[in-house]
Design a protein around this ligand. Sequence first.
Ligand code: PA5
Length: 454
Amino acid sequence: MLRYDTSGLYGRDGLTKSDVPGGDDEQIRKAVEQLYQRTESGELGFMDTPDTSFEPIQAWADERLHEEWKAQLVIGIGGSSLGARAVLSSALPAHKRGLDTYIADNLDPETVDRLFSFLDPKTTLVVVITKSGTTVETMSQFWIARQWIADAVGEDRADRHFVAITDPEKGELRKLVDQHRWFDFEVPSNVGGRFSVLTPVGLIPLALAGYPIDELLAGARDARDRHRQLDDAAQSWGVAAAEHLMLAEGGYQQLVMMTYADRLQGLVDWFRQLWAESLGKAKNRNGELVNVGITPIKAVGVVDQHSQVQLYMEGPKNKYFSFLEVEQFERDRIIPESPNMPDALAHLQGRRLSEVFAAELKGTRGALAESGRPTSTWRFDRITPRSVGAFLFSWQMITAVAGEMMDINAFDQPGVELGKQIAHGLLGQDKTRKFADLARSPSATGTKTVLQVL
Ligand code: PA5
């Protein structure tokens, strides 16, 4: 079970009930209706992804699990890796009885080299995921992987080590797939990277890792179908989106998602990308400059109580909070009773760690509320594939509705293009432009701004 409690967003310095529109509000209904229409016309696909048929994926993965493979190396970045990473990090050991999974996203040469040195190419399946098929980080690592496998098993036998997940028609990887006999799966062309966790992008690596993808999909489907009617959707996702937008209008432009469960840390990383890349936009749909967005920040309880909470309590009132709370943990410990326990700590004796953890969450949330900071809570009864699936779908919906209400395109990311062009340009892709000037650090143009520290 997963519940979203927004009561803490209301009150003293937060929202007032009378200001926040209900599900009958015209703008909210229009936003949801537009999403539904775009889904029906086939332009948008994410709302259909909980219906991805898992049987063929499962059957294919099961076949691989009966072969010689011991590990999978997943190469992809952003929306092509964060979903599987998030779900796997939420999983219990019992949910990972498949291949050992390593995800190569960052291009840090030391990390990448360590992976290729550690894994055995003879028993590693390489899963390369890129919708565009041209992402420099992914394709660089893929090319290294190609050579690495070919060197170990020979060109003839290399093809069966590769699984490609890419656009059905476009991109360099698709062209390569057409030339080779690799396993391949499609990223639906109407589903963007950060909305693709419930397509082969997330499901193939998860199934190979032994994760129950049927339950993940079922959780997402339940969340969607429970609020599928326009009235329900407007009242649930629509009002939730409106709450965020009204908080932002009121000056709360940073959303701290604070998890009190280590297993949910990956979900916070996944959420950060979804929220930032979808809603951080320069222009609205009319091309007018708006520079909008709500900055997502990751925090982890309890460690960040000893790191960030001072700022959150007393710093600028520009942050609001979304807690991830778990009611029942799968493992626990009891703090033993002892005659030597100092009096000041005696109240801890006989307490379960989960009780202490819960008290710390309530303490932090209560203290933030006391200092006038709006809070909401995602309450997982337990962390299960179903509750994780429901969480993923809920945030996709809230983000998409918020994008509609903001009148921006939540499904593109023009802001990351220039950086990519400069990087490719510096590496020699386009010799007609002077990329070195664009890449120069601002400090290099000043005289007094570089501090020699060593
Ligand atoms: O959400 C997105 O669309 C992006 O984060 C992409 O997933 C990311 O840039 C990787 O792109 P690609 O899958 O084309 O390699």
